[in-house]
Design a protein around this ligand. Structure first.
Ligand SMILES: *Cc1c(COP(=O)(O)O)cnc(C)c1O
Length: 404
């Protein structure tokens, strides 16, 4: 019997339906792939996608080589992750935040934070459940909520007092009886906002009042500047029991290609996330797990130097963007700067970004793609500063021509 999806015509098969299903039809290709291809095609400096252009610590690279040579992790590692890494993650949460997790039952290693987000949503969301996410949102959130059959409910961060802030009334109004999950991200990509204790306390109160689960994406936990403090949601009263916290080695140790991430949560939630995760990748990144177990035990000076390095890069790019005529929303965290292009006489960030390689030899990302209400995000454009100083200096020199 012929497959119902194809019609046979003169010996050729012809698809008569779109292959992608209705849940994913709106997503297409991720903006990062599109913009990185544009950078490659035009030779422009790529400040679009947030990957560092230098690798992380040499000793950690060597640790991966050693693991690979010694035959550690070359075969399927244990399903929840290697014990050394789970213990290192638990120690990290305890040492930094006084959060205690059992490495055997409350820590799960994932294929980057990306898989942790997907597995958490697939495990915790029933079809039709509402998932509240801060907008602009990391692009995988929308797709994973859709794959889980959830209903995305954005709450928009808007500029106030120099930063993108959460409107607590709006957040409160977004909660309905169908709401199941709050998907929070702090430090926040793409705005660079670090949620304050006051904001997080309000989020926590709402979660407790309505008995919601919280998925907290904290992959930029070590990138906070100017005295801002990263406060894990799980550390607030009533939150540990309902929060799935997500971390990643990619951003903290500048090895984004290794795809080592993790989840910390109470055992029942970890078990739920694992039930989805085991059928996505089962396991991943064997030898790299050994290396990241060592990376998490690097002395505090590593984290301080990393932060200081990124802060200097932020200051360089922020000053250059301001010089070029952008309004700069100076980030308190992450390695992104969100700018407003209206002072340049522009209002459509997507058109601006598509023309920027030609005009100035630089690639940036239009924040509009991270909004449901694209008009709301239209004037904002994101630049990444996790690049070598010389590269940032060249980008700044090129962008100067915009104001002229
Ligand atoms: C980069 C990023 C991720 C994905 O992290 P990986 O470990 O590379 O999968 C998740 N969330 C946010 C906010 C990010 O910026």
């Amino acid at each position: 019997m012929p497959c119902p999806y194809v019609r046979f015509r003169r010996g050729r098969t012809r698809m008569t339906r779109k292959p992608v299903n209705s849940r994913l039809a709106e997503f297409g290709t991720t903006i990062f792939a599109e913009m990185s291809a544009l950078a490659a095609r035009t030779g422009a400096i790529n400040l679009g996608q947030g990957f560092p252009d230098t690798d992380g610590p040499e000793e950690i690279r060597e640790a991966a080589v050693r693991a690979l040579r010694d035959g550690r992790g070359n075969q399927y590692p244990l399903a929840p992750g290697i014990p050394e890494l789970r213990l290192a993650v638990a120690d990290h949460q305890a040492h930094r935040y006084a959060l205690s997790y059992d490495p055997d039952t409350e820590v799960l290693v994932t294929a980057g934070a990306t898989e942790a987000i997907a597995a958490a949503l697939l495990a915790l969301v029933e079809p039709g459940d509402g998932v509240i996410a801060l907008e602009p949102y990391y692009d995988s959130y929308a797709a994973c909520i859709a794959m889980a059959g959830g209903k995305r409910v954005p709450v928009t961060l808007r500029p106030r007092d120099g930063a993108f802030r959460l409107d607590l009334d709006e957040l409160r109004d977004a909660v309905t009886p169908r709401t199941r999950v709050l998907l929070i991200n702090t430090p926040h990509n793409p705005t660079g906002t670090v949620l304050t204790r006051e904001e997080l306390t309000a989020v926590a109160a709402l979660a407790v009042e309505h008995d919601l689960l919280v998925i907290s994406d904290e992959v930029y936990e070590h990138l906070v500047f100017d005295g801002a403090e990263h406060i894990p949601l799980a550390s607030l009263p009533g939150m540990r029991e309902r929060t799935v916290t997500i971390g990643s080695a990619g951003k903290t140790f500048s090895f984004t290609g290794w795809k080592v991430g993790w989840v910390t949560a109470p055992a029942a939630l970890v078990t739920a996330v694992r039930s989805a995760k085991q059928f996505l990748t089962y396991v991943s990144s064997g030898p790299f797990q050994y290396a990241i177990a060592e990376a998490l035990r690097l002395p505090d000076s590593y984290f301080e130097d990393f932060r200081a390095d990124m802060r200097a890069k932020r200051d360089l790019l922020a000053a250059g963007l301001a010089d070029a005529g952008f309004t700069v929303h100076r980030p308190a965290g992450t390695y992104f700067i969100t700018t407003d292009i209206r002072p340049l006489g522009e209002s459509d960030g997507l058109a601006f970004c598509l023309g920027l390689p030609e005009r100035a030899g630089v690639v940036a990302v239009p924040n509009a793609v991270f909004y449901d209400n694209r008009a709301e995000g239209a004037p904002f454009v994101r630049f990444a500063f996790c690049k070598r100083i010389a590269v940032l200096e060249e980008a700044v020199a090129r962008l100067k021509s915009l104001g002229a």
